[in-house]
Design a binder for this molecule. Sequence first.
Ligand code: B12
Length: 222
Amino acid sequence: MNARGIVISNTITETAYERYLANLLAGDRTHCAQTVQDLVAAGTDLRALYVDLFQRSLYQVGEMWEQQRISVACEHLASAITEHMMSLVQPQAFAGRRERSIVIACVANEYHQLGARMIADVCELRGWRGYFLGVATPLPDLLRAIEEHQPQVLGLSLSIVLNLPILLAAIDAVTQKYPNLPILVGGQAFRWGGIEALRAYPKVCYAASIEELEQRLAAYEC
Ligand code: B12
């Protein structure tokens, strides 16, 4: 149960998922919103919405796009609708108190921001202030944001495996300036390798999922 006594469900039925996906592919924002609102009203946990509805459907969109079964326009529309859906459920995420802070960014040349935004929202849910910088943050601006917000943790997102050298350069620069700042790294680029490269950095941790992120945050909270 949540603080308002609403039963929290972690299950999104296949029927709800299939209905949502069909509307997403049709570009039907209104009916996507209807499914999301029904699930929120049924007490569905934000993490389940993010992973089992939004992430799952976007991965499906990605596969269809790769196989040229849908157009780039259809994928862009699905991304835009998902961003809108995330804004619809956001008040749930921002209701909690915030004691610690995390800066979350996509490194330069990285234009996939939905996963990183989800991470920022989950941090908010846990009582952290999540400073989400959005896509493609140039390194000097990332360093400036750390200086300005003085976070307890930095989160970096990587979706494109070819951007790994950019991520490593960012980690080098941040580690040099802030040797004690823990850095959490995630994103689907690591499905194609690259985790070994992170082992050289004692302050860097890779988290593969929202569950692993929360385990890491719990450790930082101690
Ligand atoms: C939407 C999309 C885009 C949009 C992004 C729009 C936006 N507003 O974000 C746009 C059009 C910009 C785009 C562009 C490109 N894309 Co694209 N895109 C996608 C798509 C369909 C969905 C991405 C998404 O939002 N997924 C849902 C989120 C929630 O999942 P996620 O990112 O994995 O995040 C989760 C975890 O990874 C983790 N996580 C993420 N970040 C972090 C950070 C931290 C700190 C932690 C702890 C955890 C964490 O937590 C999240 C929640 O569980 C994917 C398909 C897919 N499989 O995802 C392709 C995909 C990522 N794209 C791909 C490609 C190839 C491209 C382009 C190169 C295409 C092109 N030829 O131009 C460009 C590259 C642009 C660039 N330089 O970044 C490939 C990547 C393949 C690879 N080997 O690297 C994919 C996998 C598609 C495919 N099947 O081939 N894309």
